[in-house]
Design a protein. Structure first.
Length: 286
């Protein structure tokens, strides 16, 4: 395992890219036509599961309901917010059963806890944060995971919000984040820095691309400023509230749909189709 740290200019907190070359399981994607030059089509599911055990929206049922949704919708890529560390392998096993014979990349990033300087914890003591599941098609390729803490945080909130990306087959950078819910300006700054600085740095330095981001951005879908955090050329769909999927050029997003979670969490699932056009540029020049 090799670790490298990239630092960005910041106004308040240190921020970096933690790059981990990890031997995560790999397998073929569900739909991939890259060898023929045709677009790659993926189903992407964003879920905020409110599973810390500490929030008022906690029901104890969200992982079971998420498992049912994954079985019913058969996504290729799942982004996860407000989860505990052990929720990732549990949902990974479900996704593998949906697509038997194929393996799944699984990654988790804990949110920071400012008072302790360690991780934020779920009520059960596990690290609390965000996760990502994705099919891959090249078993021999080492997986690369990028993660960090946003440089701008609400200093009145002890939870330090995080971001997470996985390089899927060197052809797609899949990312998730859960932005601040205590300050609109903070969430907007976090979104802008992630899309304007962090993702272009990863894409320009590694050759990965294009990129797609799913998460609870805590930015209202009907707010005219919601598009300002994404650079020109990006596309976006949302659940009509605060969850969004954003893609760089080279990706078309379509057919978005809200998926009921039957009261198990305070957010619906957000399902969208991701079409990757290999003939279009997907990353900034290096």
């Amino acid at each position: 395992m090799a670790n490298r740290l990239y630092r960005f200019p910041r106004r308040a907190l240190a921020v970096g890219l933690l790059i981990v070359a990890a031997g995560l399981p790999a397998g073929p994607t569900v739909v991939s036509s890259t060898d023929t030059g045709r677009p790659t089509v993926l189903r992407m599911l964003q879920l905020n599961l409110c599973n810390s055990g500490r929030a008022g929206c906690y029901t104890g049922r969200s992982i079971a309901v998420a498992s049912d949704v994954i079985r019913a919708e058969a996504p290729d890529l799942v982004t996860l917010n407000e989860i505990c560390d052990d929720d990732v392998p549990a949902l990974r096993r479900v996704l593998e059963t949906v697509h038997p014979g194929r393996s799944v990349v699984a990654a988790f990033q804990a949110a920071g806890d400012r008072p302790s300087g360690a991780d934020t914890r779920c009520r059960n003591g596990q690290p609390y944060g965000i996760g990502l599941l994705a099919h891959v098609r090249t078993p021999e390729t080492p997986r690369v995971v990028y993660s960090g803490i946003h440089p701008t945080q609400d200093l009145a909130d002890p939870e330090e919000r995080a971001w997470l990306c996985v390089d899927v087959d060197g052809g797609l950078l899949a990312c998730t984040t859960h932005l601040a819910n205590t300050g609109y300006g903070v969430a907007l700054a976090q979104c802008g820095h992630l899309l304007d600085t962090i993702l272009p740095t990863i894409l320009g330095g590694t050759g990965s691309g294009p990129a797609v981001l799913g998460g609870d951005l805590n930015l209202r879908a009907d707010d005219p400023d919601v598009g300002s955090c994404a650079p020109p050329g990006h596309s976006r769909v949302d659940d009509g509230a605060r969850q969004h999927i954003v893609a760089t050029s080279g990706i078309t997003l379509c057919c978005r749909r809200s998926v009921t979670m039957h009261g198990a969490t305070d957010h619906p699932g957000l399902l969208a189709t991701v079409v990757i056009d290999r003939s279009r540029p997907g990353r900034p020049p290096t």
